[in-house]
Design a protein around this ligand. Structure first.
Ligand SMILES: Nc1ncnc2c1ncn2[C@@H]1O[C@H](COP(=O)(O)OP(=O)(O)OP(=O)(O)O)[C@@H](O)[C@H]1O
Ligand SMILES: [Mg+2]
Length: 307
């Protein structure tokens, strides 16, 4: 994904808000058996530039004003939508966080994405405008809440008396489990909030853990483990997996280098920027791998450097 310029609240929200919280639920749709002429009327009346095609509740295609213009120029107004729609669909799951939609907008140059549930039923549509609106609203709400209540985040470590305290969190990540992509890092971020880890450190940790979690989902054969070890002086994020391993670490760390297959790129991943983003968030990063054995990634963030 494109580099993230800073670790502010907007980034935090992009990794936190779910698509279902920002999408429009009122979607103007067409059926495959309607005609291009029906589409023309719908786009005009609703002032929209495209519509998902739905058959028996399932999303089967998408048709846009460009398809309409192409049909118009050939005088094919009676043609069915089925014959003119695009069926290679790029969608987002309602449970995903905004980062997934932002990636797809940036990487695939699309302006709107149909939102589906786990049964692949259309539940909404999300545009860049929806995302901007939701971010502004969420930022405003948080600001107001903090102003009103003068929220002071407690630091758990200050409440605990011990010579050396650390808290360890562990998450199992399954290979190719895109439906749960980002869930472990969201859970981890909430835990860090509870512990009282400062916001800037939390944001960096959230970006690292998200990218690391997605790499386990995308690139490993059998999944792996994401773990975080927090102490007042040090926050360490680790992933381990049992293969396939990385043959050339230097290449893997290069911006834009990716072995993700085409279908992964269609999901909006595989820009070869994950490790680069992690490095930018990290104070230290170590990547070790043995082909056919496995990979271990370790990122350390020192809270004192960011507060
Ligand atoms: N745990 C892993 N196991 C095997 N290969 C990995 C692992 N993590 C990363 N890689 C390799 O390193 C490459 C670069 O990873 P990076 O996260 O930077 O980019 P990406 O995952 O391909 O794309 P993006 O993160 O931008 O969606 C991957 O394409 C993959 O070949
Ligand atoms: Mg990656």
């Amino acid at each position: 994904m494109p580099p993230i310029p800073e670790f502010g609240r907007v980034q935090e929200l992009i990794y936190e808000l779910q698509i279902k919280q920002v999408m429009s639920r009122e979607v103007a749709t067409v059926t495959p058996d309607q005609s291009i002429s029906d589409l023309k009327n719908l786009l005009r009346v609703k002032r929209i530039s495209g519509a998902p095609v739905v058959e028996n509740g399932k999303l089967v295609g998408i048709i846009s004003v460009e398809d309409l213009i192409r049909a118009l120029s050939k005088g094919e107004m009676a043609a069915s939508i089925r014959d003119r729609m695009t069926t290679s669909l790029i969608t987002v799951n309602e449970e995903s966080t905004l980062i997934e939609a932002v990636r797809k907008f940036a990487q695939l140059g699309v302006g709107r994405l149909p939102v589906v549930n786990d049964r692949h039923e259309l539940v909404g549509i999300v545009t860049g405008g929806d995302i901007n609106r939701a971010l502004l609203e969420a930022l405003g709400l948080r600001y107001e809440a903090e102003e009103k209540h003068h929220i002071v985040h407690k630091n758990l470590f200050e409440e605990i008396s011990s010579d050396e305290t650390s808290i360890r969190l562990k998450y199992a990540i399954a290979s190719k489990d895109f439906g749960n992509g980002g869930k472990a890092s969201s859970r981890m971020k909430r835990a860090l909030e509870t512990i009282g880890v400062p916001p800037e450190v939390r944001r960096r940790a959230a970006i690292v853990s998200y990218e690391a979690e997605m790499n386990l989902i995308i690139h490993t054969t059998r999944g792996g483990e994401l773990s975080v070890c927090v102490s007042p002086e040090r926050l360490q994020i680790c992933t381990t997996d049992a293969g396939p391993g990385i043959p050339d670490i230097d290449k893997a760390l290069r911006p834009g280098w990716s072995t993700a297959p085409h279908w992964i790129c269609e999901l909006g991943f595989g820009a070869g920027m994950g490790l680069v983003n992690m490095k930018r968030c990290a104070d230290e990063m170590k990547l070790e791998s043995t082909p056919d054995v496995g990979t271990r990634l370790e990122v350390v963030i020192y809270p004192q450097l960011h507060t």
